[in-house]
Design a binder for this molecule. Structure first.
Ligand code: AHR
Length: 348
């Protein structure tokens, strides 16, 4: 993991913030499925061992620090290996992402990495790649397992445990509010795996606490400007809000702007919690405006290229390579470590 961004922070400033690493399980080996494949190849299609690969990478959008970090990580890793990347940016559109993937398929790369916008939106394109005997790896977001299967229609999903991330925000919020809060939930893009699972993780975790009440929940598309508008509207009908759960940092930043514009102080009148670990969120935490950001590692490049090499070497690949933050702990803070100002492993 790259800690350059983290090291740019001055030590005295950091002393005010407890930093804690995420501790999900590390990835391991798995199996190359074979037999019964689409067309004339196995499922998933085989990948020949080569010194250098031509790799397709379909990104769903590249408009904010987390996603830019993901794209950069894949490009950097490819360049280290001398691999070529055919890159597309779907600009938040399922239909554009399907045609992007079709255009990548037409260029016959060795393998395609896809960061799908939604769980259902790119299923047809994943199947088309398999039918063209091109192996696919999903990075950061997964697809609907009732329509496509890891280990068969695609090699694997490399990404975080989004349910756990939602649970961690909930645990922090229950503790910070002593179990009583009127919560506005700003959800990520409807139908995307992080939105589905971060909502599930959070909602299930607070369900047994009767004082934790979600007074409004709305899609703000993982986007700061959208969250600002959504929050401005919600504040008119829910001025009694005491906490905001934003499913990524960008939406938390938009929500905090809306709170300030409405004359409410984030961190005092309304506590704010989110997921990612962006620089701007850390600054908001250090300013006492945001309570917590649960880290979500965007740096998929090393795992993606490890999987490519392992798969080409015939090694077993698990259906889910869990993306982890490899740096854990600061100032002796160990998980669980609850405080009002906290970030779980800075990544951007
Ligand atoms: O899929 C991961 C999420 O997508 C990140 O949390 C978010 O910032 C991005 O848009």
């Amino acid at each position: 993991m790259n800690h350059r961004g983290f090291l740019r922070f001055s030590l005295p400033a950091m002393m005010g913030v407890l930093i804690l690493g995420t501790l999900f399980t590390a990835c391991g080996g798995g199996s190359t499925a074979s037999g019964g494949g689409s067309g004339s190849c196995s499922s998933p299609p085989p990948l020949a061992k080569k010194a250098h690969y031509r790799i397709g990478f379909s990104q769903e959008v590249n408009n904010a620090p987390w996603r830019i970090a993901e794209t950069t990580s894949i490009e950097e890793e490819a360049s280290k290996n001398g691999d070529t990347v055919i890159y597309t940016d779907a600009q938040n559109s399922d239909s554009k992402q399907v045609s992007d993937i079709q255009s990548i398929i037409a260029q016959h790369p060795d393998v395609i990495l896809i960061a799908p916008l939604t769980e259902d939106g790119e299923v047809s394109a994943i199947k088309q790649a398999a039918a063209a005997c091109i192996p696919v790896i999903l990075v950061d977001r997964d697809a609907n397992h009732s329509k496509v299967t890891p280990g068969k229609d695609y090699i694997t999903f490399i990404g975080s445990d989004f349910i756990k991330q939602g649970q961690r925000v909930a645990d922090w919020m229950i503790n910070a509010t002593k179990g009583t809060a009127k919560i506005i939930e700003l959800q990520g893009t409807t139908g995307s795996s992080p939105a589905i699972n971060r909502t599930k993780g959070f909602n299930d975790e607070i369900a047994s606490h009767s004082g934790m009440q979600i007074i409004a929940a709305q899609d703000a598309n993982f986007d700061r400007a959208t969250a600002l508008k959504v929050m401005q509207t919600l504040l008119q009908s829910h001025p009694n809000v005491t906490a905001v759960y934003a499913e990524n940092d960008e939406m938390a930043l938009g929500a905090m702007d809306a709170l300030k514009a409405a004359g409410k102080q984030p961190g005092k009148d309304v506590i704010v919690a989110s997921i990612d670990g962006e620089n701007a969120a850390l600054q908001a935490i250090m300013a006492g405006q945001e309570g917590v950001s649960v880290q979500s590692n965007p740096r998929m490049g090393p795992d993606a290229f490890q999987v490519i090499n392992d798969y080409a070497s015939g090694k077993t690949i698990p259906n889910w390579v869990v993306s982890v933050c490899q740096w854990s702990g600061f100032l002796g803070c160990q998980f669980p470590c609850y405080n009002t100002r906290q970030i779980y492993c800075r990544v951007l």
